[in-house]
Design a protein around this ligand. Sequence first.
Ligand SMILES: O=c1ccn([C@@H]2O[C@H](COP(=O)(O)O)[C@@H](O)[C@H]2O)c(=O)[nH]1
Length: 281
Amino acid sequence: MSPLEPFGARLRTAMDERGPLCVGIDPHASLLADWGLNDDIAGLERFSRTVVEALADRVAVLKPQSAFFERFGSRGIAVLEKSVEEARAAGALVVMDAKRGDIGSTMAAYAESFLRKDSPLFSDALTVSPYLGYGSLAPAIALARESGAGLFVLALTSNPEGGEVQHAVRADGRNVGATMLAHLAAENAGEEPLGSFGAVVGATLGDLSSYDLAVNGPILAPGIGAQGATPADLPGVFGTVLRNVVPNVSRGVLRHGPDVGALQAASDRFAEEIRVAFATV
Ligand SMILES: O=c1ccn([C@@H]2O[C@H](COP(=O)(O)O)[C@@H](O)[C@H]2O)c(=O)[nH]1
């Protein structure tokens, strides 16, 4: 199977063509109910198919949240596989939000699941947790390079609890989040137009000027909409690396379903607000 062009290059093209917005596919039980769907496999399938049909040919990135599919066991995973396949076929890049992380030998198996080209769950990129040590991600980095896929490494997450780990100061005086960013900068050194190894940095975090966000890779920025951040916050949070930011909105768009036109309109509104915010820098 021929390798894909590296994820960073494919993402840069998609962002240039479609704008940087990433919409989540997060089938919360409450959203299924709001959409008039049952909290069962048929409801999950209808929800996911509707989001893909509405958005996969207009946004750069779709980000299924694996947890909401895993909740339904093997049949939920089957829906996830189909959603990934259909979203990619319609032209969206798929970031699988599964936040995997384990000792290296187990990490290798997670990587096989999501980053091997012929895996049923192959995704353009995977979210991973580096909190067993950045080095534990090595098998995923190696397979992503081989397949033309990417990773998004949790660096500074959008939730208020993240600080107790990510702001912890190491013996060398640098905090843990900053250390992850430094690892990513090394990983992406020399890559053009964009490295394939991104960071997750919450849009909710306010002033991050004490961090070096210039990792030469994409920055996935969740937290817009339901968690309180807005597109207008992005320039203040991300400053000079704004061009590499992939803003994520999940519930803020999904709450407008199940009407396809309403989902598209909501996504377009966020995309336009993001365009305007990015143009200020
Ligand atoms: O730091 C993080 C990392 C991941 N997420 C995920 O993004 C979406 C956000 O959903 P909203 O409905 O827009 O709040 C969700 O899947 C999270 O698991 C995050 O929020 N923060």
